[in-house]
Design a protein around this ligand. Sequence first.
Ligand SMILES: [Cu+2]
Length: 140
Amino acid sequence: MHSLSWVTVFFLLGTGTAFSKDLGKFSSADGAWELSLANVPQTALDHGLELNKLSTLTAKISAKDPAKTAALTAPTFEARMPAHHHGMMVNPRVSTVGPGDYRIDGVKLHMQGTWELSLAVMANGQTVKFILPIVMPGTL
Ligand SMILES: [Cu+2]
């Protein structure tokens, strides 16, 4: 049993090689599940999440212990700025592509600063939640 707390990862966006289509792998709050998150490029020059740009993400969730897998239902996605007490100005759509496989269209982070992306699904009546802090850089 892992004792990981919320995953805390800060992406430094726009710094070149540190940022690519693959946004990384993240543990759920209880450590039992893993999320692979990626950006679906809109153009050849699309480096992923950028300020004020509509983006599409793909999310794959799997049990770390294959023996403890479960049907996943009711995926939800949101992004908030905790310091500002607000969310996005858009409503992303989450589509189920396959078991544990999701596509999130219409993500747009409209302010510089720290955002918290959260993805949640239900497994055996329990919420499996992933929290990903992300910093949208300023231009100063
Ligand atoms: Cu804000």
